[in-house]
Write a protein that binds this ligand. Sequence first.
Ligand code: UT7
Length: 325
Amino acid sequence: MSTIETIISGVGSYLPDNVVTNDDLAKKVDTSDEWIKSRSGIGQRHFAADEQATSDLAYEASWKALEQAGLKPHDIGLIIVATVTPDRTFPSTAVYVQQKLGVPPGIAFDVSAACAGFMYAMNIAHNFISTGQIKHALIIGAEKLSCFLDWEDRSTCVLFGDGAGAMVLSGEGPRTSRRPRGVLATYLSSDGRLADHLYADGGPSTTGTVGQVRMNGKEVFRNAVQEISGAVFEVTELAKVSRHEIDWFVPHQANIRIIESCAKKLELDSNKVIVTIDKHANTSSASIPLALDEGIRDGRIKRGELLVFAALGGGLAWGSALVRY
Ligand code: UT7
C-alpha cells in the first residue's frame, strides 16, 4: 500500500454571468417554474456567452483552485479535464487549459464519462499521485451544455446549465499520522447496455455533428438512485469506514429528488448534504466540484472532515470517492 497520500490542496469554481431563471425559459419553452422546481429542484442556471469556450470556464475555476492551494501553474504536472463539450474534437480541452494557464510541458488529457467524469478524473489523478509519478495534479469538470440543448424538447432543455469546478490534488508523505488523510477510496463502473438512456445524438464518426441531448429520464432516475447510493456503500466498505462517520455528502446535482432518495438510503441527514441544484441546475461533470467549492468557501466544509462524492450519468457511468479533507 502506498504511503503517499493524495490531498485536496485547493478547490475553485466558475459560473458564467448570465443567469437564466425558470420564468425566463417559460417565455420560449412550454414549461413553468412550478413544474421545473417540483420535478427537479432547479430554480435557475447559468449560461456561458457565445465567445466563451469550455476551456475558458475551466481556466477561471483553475486559477481559484491554484490560488487556494498556494501553487503556481509551473507546479502542475498533470491536467485532466472531464467534459462532454470539448472546445474542439481534438486536441483535448486539457491542452488548451495548459496553454491558457501557462503550465509547462507535462501530461494533459480529457476524460469522457459525462456526469461521472469528475469521479473518473479523481480516480486517475489519485493513481498518478499515489504511485509517485506526479506531485500536483489539476483536475477539472467543465461544461458548456447550453451548446447542445434541444429547445424543442422540454423534458431535457430545462435541466442543464454551464459552469466549471477545479481541484488541485497533491501528493504528501510518507504518512506520519495513524489517521489517513486525503483520498481514502475511489470506485468506478460503467454499463454500456444502458448507453441509449442518456446520450447526444451526434458525433464526428457518425453524423458529423455535435448532436443534442437525449434522455430517458425515468430510467436514468431509477439507475441514479441505485448506483449513486451503491457507489457510496462501495467506498465506505473499501476504506472500512462507517457511513455514519460521513460529515458531508457532495453528490452530482441532477435532481433534488435523486439526492434526497440517495441520502435516505444512506441514512444521512439532509443537513449533511451539499445542494446547489436550485442555483446551478445540472452542470454534468462540473456539478460536484462546484458544490464542493461552495461548501468550502461558505465555511460549512472544514479540514479534517470526511467527505463522500458520487455521480452517475451517460454511459451509464458512475463512480464515487471518499476523502478525509
Ligand atoms: O445528469 C445525468 C443524470 N440525469 C438525471 O439523473 C436525470 C434523471 N431524470 C429526472 O430527473 C426526471 O426523470 C426528469 C426531471 C427528467 C423528469 O421528471 P419525471 O417526473 O420523470 O417526469 P416525466 O418525464 O414522467 O414527465 C411527466 C409529465 C409529462 O406529461 P404527461 O405525459 O404526464 O402528460 C411530460 O410531458 O411532465 C411533462 N413534462 C413537462 N411539463 C412541463 C416534461 N417536461 C416538462 C417541462 N415542463 N419542462
